[in-house]
Design a binder for this molecule. Sequence first.
Ligand code: AMP
Ligand code: GLY
Length: 437
Amino acid sequence: MSVAAGQRAMRVLIVGGGGREHALARAISTSKLLSALFCAPGNPGTARLGTNLPIAVTDIAGLVDAAVQEKIDLVVVGPEGPLVAGLADKLAAAGIACFGPSAAAAELEGSKTFTKILADTAGIPTAAWARFTDADAAIAYVRQMGAPIVVKADGLAAGKGVVVAADIGEAERAIGEIMRDRVLGDAGSSVVIEACLVGDEISLFALCDGVNCVLLGAAQDHKRIGDGDTGPNTGGMGAISPPVGFDLAAQEAALDVFVRPALQEMAARGTPFRGFLFAGLMLTADGPKLIEYNVRLGDPEAQTLLARLSGDLLAALAACSQGRLAGVRFDLANCFAVSVVVAARGYPGRPVAGGAVGNLEGNGARPDVTVFHAGTAMVDGQLVAAGGRVLTVTATAATLADARTKAYQLVGEIAYGDAVYRHDIGARAERRLRETT
Ligand code: AMP
Ligand code: GLY
């Protein structure tokens, strides 16, 4: 990665407290440009890299006040919530640069209908769809279309708003729960119903300055809780990077199809998109299709991608937030990264809290393996579990097989009695690599 010279020392605030934010903090903490690092609220992992500020990501006014008080030069936002709530706009009004989109541009993640209309307008390939504000009409439509079919609450639902229905009964139940029972609150006042896409799902990441974009890289998440992609969807149980079967040339080509037209359309509407754009793509037999946009990095994709990054992330983010993206390039090491999420028993429903977590270093020093904190807390000097996804263990190696082995070795050595994790992160990709080489 290269960047224009002449940058001054920077005070940076990272918003969020998960594994993604720990990975951002770790990458930014190595920057030559950094003079002080803050995280709000952060976690015990980020506490070792900077100063944690006890401010919730929902407290927009509190975050802006802290940024002013700490004379922050750049705010880097991890999760979508504060962006959709207008954090970047409020920071701009206070004269503080933010890496992350305005509320208007964050609609790309905040509303499924917004994204589907944008995709159709800009000619971006995506699944055929229809939107309904009436449950009876939605049910009539799924009966007409047949299964499998996908039912989505229109608004933000923290990853719980999508049901991939294998039969019509399941689709009807989902519509009833979302629209009539309002199990997701106002996010369910309308639904988007989509054709079901079949293929491998990948996450593509670009840095965008409102006009231009550069490729950050791609990763493959493992969303279901159980081995073999079984059980309910989660925030993500593990990831690999690069994904198998979607090489650098394919990633660059995908920017032209899924990112640049979206940026153009957003700019033309007067709501340019600045920040990380995450395109969720399905690699169908018909070519890649857009599933959704997110206006942020993924978790655990960020831990996985940033493990391969060489160069100064902060310099790139600073250049991008000033609209100087033209000189920026990312170099990802030519290696594999594998992340395994260690969650608390009961996740994603009701994770048990409070279990002691220890031996994070494992039984020996491992330079290529990193443990990122997410749902952890320090209570009376003891690290304990305090969330659904507790840790992410990320390893890099020249081969996918070695990266998997290294990550799982450390996962097995961590002392945490309530741990649940998938045993097959990267296993399917490894089989594919064996079959094709
Ligand atoms: P989301 O909550 O929007 O991230 O969607 C959750 C997951 O639902 C996605 O990651 C996909 O695995 C799946 N999904 C969403 N839309 C479709 C679709 N049209 N076809 C198949 N799977 C989908
Ligand atoms: N791991 C998927 C996401 O962050 O949305």
